[in-house]
Design a protein around this ligand. Sequence first.
Ligand code: HEC
Length: 160
Amino acid sequence: MSNFTISQRTCISLFFILSAASSIAEPNRVEFPKNIDSLIHYTTVNRGDITEHMLTSKEALNAIEQGQEMPNGTQVILADYRDNEIYRYFVMQKGANWGDDYPTYRQTADWQFQWYWPDGSINVNENTERCQSCHQSRDNANYMFTYSDLKAYIERRRED
Ligand code: HEC
């Protein structure tokens, strides 16, 4: 290294810092949910010791009921509980033209995905492309795996 100039060395360090950063934490436009208590818990999925509460907003439910798109700003949340304690939140959120942030191959229309710890920090080891690549298969259901449960919830609510 002794023959390297300062600027070469800086460049090399920057390269390693940037390449490490691109493979880990991936902040995007998704926000940590602030209003969990006002959201609707529309279904629960149990996976062994894990209990997943699925939540979204009243506005999103009303839009679907009226045959409209879920509005921009909608969040759908998977609240992952272990031993009755919140462990993490998986959040998908929709915004106008948010799909444009990504190359076409990884887009999930205007939905973006994020993994939060309960203190609001994001999982620094997650690359949210993985979330998108799995949820892409649900392109006919708002990119959701529990869309039919959401519609069933709306039906039950209508009958009450
Ligand atoms: C290998 C496939 C796969 C990957 C990767 C994945 N998910 Fe999911 N996701 C699912 C399935 C399946 C469900 C339905 C719940 C269940 O079966 O546990 C789900 C449910 C959800 C839900 C509730 C709404 C819905 O689709 O039903 C959210 C929100 C969510 N995931 C966000 C994320 C986020 C954020 C990531 C990345 C950190 C992620 N998912 C990665 C398969 C995946």
